[in-house]
Design a protein around this ligand. Structure first.
Ligand code: BGC
Length: 735
């Protein structure tokens, strides 16, 4: 189009836009500290508690202002743009503040392993290793560093709330979001996510834990009804949230898409009110997953405080319901009070966001260090690793786009690589090339790169090299599951062919979850690098050449085959079903394995696994001795033992303590109850003493609706993995 008609259109567009913009513009300026002082708002007194401050603001608010706080204002690319779209910061959503009273807007961004949408925002954010990778560090300090970096970068990009802190436990490892979560054990996952949130929120952003609850598969996530008994859910999936909330005190909990025992999670009174708000005394607010709200009156009464990303149920409809008395005014006040409370508690009112420049180099460094703590050495036959630069003359590097980068997890977790914004569910390889990082480590060595698309040509490339390193990947994303734990794209055949051609074959896995390894007996080494973040290649090279000694351990079991999973078939929704916010769930998944999640399943069913939970090798070795057990006051069990570095290089060991409960407890054979990470020099030994929290030894009793320590004899086991526990002893914990 050209000429006058084009000009007219432009003029009309401008007029239309100005009409849309004018009514709201100026109303939502962020207030400054000077405003606060000038107005002398009593709730700006930092010495008051967040609850007191929230109550004071609530009293001043009109009905419209209250409604404005309990829903989102849209998301770019989601539904029809709303009139005030321009007030957003480009993230997944925003909530209007009340400028008149000094309450800022809440600007939210997804931030699972880094701040999402940085390219769109014209800025940059660090891609950390995946959440599951960082969980392999088993290290609360690493989790804290992870959260602190994300919190800092959120604020630098103009956000004051994170949508991250995913902790759905790995009941279904084919779940496309397994990489966003923290593994299969609720105590480990809950402890780590809690520490991540604690340190993220310390940067003055509202923290969030998600997806509450039992959103354990992506297939049909909006329409699956999960059936699970109360005890199983309390001791597994919900326990991870309970521990995470207890440590991290997030300002928000995101309820999930799925339904649990007949009610959608975002209108499930049992989950939101009975458990989260009443039993756990969670003082913050519940926001719906995007489009996860299904009703007005029911959801509000159940305990949903904020609808995202729009106002389909919590806008005009909620206002009318309040005016008609269908929703008590006090109920709306409670939603608003909780949101205000989290704004005060997190510090976003007292420390308004100031955009800044992200510390790019600092982020690279943190990302690499976390990756080095996260990569798990799974096999090292004949000490093929670390590679000896003086003895090796040629290396074949094969597959996995190793010449250009390393893969990352997709969906709303996706961090944009440098360049144009990434597309939804595109495979994104971060420009961190293992080939280049390895070449830089070994001057004088001859390299041969083969793309790995043809097994025969890869075998040819591998044949004459001293060592062959195959890079293999499994791409995962929100919005889909994988149908199998087998590597995709014919990579099993590729590895078999290379291994047949070269007896020194090492496989580096870039996976979001567990994978099966039919070739395991034919290769010499396996390093699980997960999704390594934007300096993953340096971490891989540092480990392969021994500049870093690996010390991470698996936070999930690697089964031998899909057939060994509790549900060999992944259930998917039926064809031709009803869809939309008012459609009922279309299919059911029954978690009848109950308490037997992850290693508890394989233990109880006596199924051998490929690599057990808690497993990981080092370039040194460790021994365990001198177990001492005692029972102290309040049923605290104390477990002491000595761990010794018996090899010839320094290394850190994650020591794990498991307990078998008395028979009458009716529990799986054992559960993780404590762990410690110790850095030891060659020959050095240290006595470790772990006080075991009685909560971690308890069971959830459905009759009394309380946690109970079953009196009797507890067997404690200590060692280096869930299947290598050389120390064991019993102690009585009797009332
Ligand atoms: C995801 C959430 C995410 C939200 C906003 C949803 O589809 O399930 O995890 O925070 O979108 O992007």
């Amino acid at each position: 189009m050209s000429g006058p008609s084009c000009a007219r259109l432009t003029l009309w567009t401008a007029i239309a836009l100005s009409l849309l913009i004018t009514p709201a513009s100026g109303q939502h300026r962020q207030y400054s500290q000077a405003d606060a002082q000038a107005k002398n708002w009593p709730w700006m007194d930092k010495s008051l508690s967040p609850d007191q401050r929230a109550d004071m603001v609530l009293k001043e608010m009109t009905l419209d202002e209250k409604i404005g706080l309990v829903h989102g204002e849209g998301m770019p690319g989601w539904g029809r743009p709303r009139p005030n779209w321009y007030l957003g910061n480009g993230g997944a959503g925003f909530v209007l503040g009340v400028e008149r009273l000094g309450i800022p807007m809440i600007q939210m961004s997804d931030a699972a392993y880094g701040v999402r949408s940085s390219a769109q925002n014209g800025r940059y954010s660090t891609a950390l290793p995946s959440d599951l990778a960082a969980a392999s560090s088993w290290d609360p300090d690493t989790a804290c560093e992870y959260g602190a970096l994300i919190g800092t970068e959120l604020r630098a990009q103009g956000y004051n709330m994170t949508l991250g802190g995913g902790v759905n436990i790995t009941r279904e490892p084919r779940n496309g979001r397994t990489f966003e979560y923290m593994g299969e054990d609720p105590i480990l996952a809950g402890t780590l996510v809690g520490n991540r949130i604690k340190c993220e929120q310390a940067q003055h952003v509202i923290g969030d834990i998600k997806h509450y609850a039992l959103n354990d598969q992506e297939s049909g996530r909006n329409e699956v009804n999960v059936i699970i008994d109360e005890r199983a859910m309390r001791e597994t999936d919900l326990l991870a949230f309970q521990i995470g909330i207890g440590i991290g005190h997030p300002g928000a909990v995101m309820c999930s898409y799925n339904s649990v025992n007949g009610d959608f999670a975002c209108e499930n009174k049992h989950l939101l009110t009975d458990i989260l708000k009443d039993d756990w005394r969670f003082p913050g607010f519940v926001l719906s997953d995007w489009g996860g709200t299904h009703s007005t009156v029911k959801a509000s009464a159940a305990g949903l405080d904020n609808e995202e990303p729009e106002d389909i149920f919590f806008g005009e409809k909620l206002k009318q319901a309040v005016q008609a008395g269908q929703v008590p005014a006090s109920e709306l006040d409670e939603h608003v009070r909780r949101i205000l409370r989290s704004e005060f508690a997190s510090g976003i009112v007292d420390y308004p966001v100031e955009k800044g420049v992200v510390d790019v180099e600092g982020g690279f460094q943190t990302s690499r260090q976390i990756a080095e703590q996260s990569m798990v050495l799974l096999k090292n036959e004949g000490n093929v690793l670390p590679l000896d630069r003086t003895a090796i003359h040629s290396i074949a590097i094969i597959g996995g786009h190793a010449d250009s980068g390393m893969i990352s997890g997709g969906g709303s977790a996706q961090v944009d690589p440098p360049g144009p914004p990434s597309q939804w569910q595109a495979h994104v390889w971060f420009p961190t090339s293992p080939l280049k990082a390895i070449i830089a480590k070994a001057p004088g060595v001859t390299f041969n790169f083969d793309r790995g698309t043809d097994p025969a040509s890869a075998a040819d490339a591998a044949k004459s090299a001293d060592v062959a390193i195959v890079f293999a990947y499994q791409w995962l994303s929100e919005g889909m599951d994988v149908s199998t734990l087998s590597l995709p794209d014919n990579q099993d055949a590729l590895i078999e062919a290379v291994a047949a051609a070269n007896p020194h074959t090492i496989v580096v896995l870039e996976t979001g979850a567990a994978v099966t390894m039919p070739w395991i007996d034919h290769v010499s080494g396996v390093l699980e690098a997960w999704y390594g973040g934007n300096r993953g290649a340096d971490a891989v090279a540092n480990i392969l050449f021994g500049d870093v000694n690996p010390g991470a351990k698996l936070p999930i079991t690697f089964p031998r085959s899909d057939a060994d999973l509790p549900h060999p078939e992944l259930l998917t929704p039926p064809r031709g079903r009803m869809r939309g916010p008012e459609a009922p769930p279309s299919f059911t998944v029954t978690y009848d394995e109950g308490l037997k999640v992850g290693y508890k399943w394989y233990d109880a069913e006596n199924k051998p696994v490929l690599f057990p939970f808690g497993f990981g090798l080092s370039y040194t070795t460790f021994s365990y001795s001198d177990l001492k057990l005692s029972a102290g006051n309040g049923h605290v069990a104390t477990v002491s033992f000595t761990v010794k570095n018996t090899g010839n290089r320094a290394g850190s060991e994650i020591s794990e303590v498991y307990a078998s409960l008395p028979e009458s407890a009716g529990e799986p054979p054992k559960r993780l109850v404590g762990w410690a990470k110790t850095l030891l020099k060659p020959g050095e030994s240290r006595e470790l003493t772990l006080d075991i929290d009685p909560k971690f030894l308890s069971i959830y009793d459905e009759n009394s609706r309380a946690w109970q320590l079953v009196p009797g004899s507890y067997n404690f086991m200590a060692g280096g993995s869930s299947q290598s526990l050389p120390l064991a002893g019993k102690v009585d914990l009797t009332n």
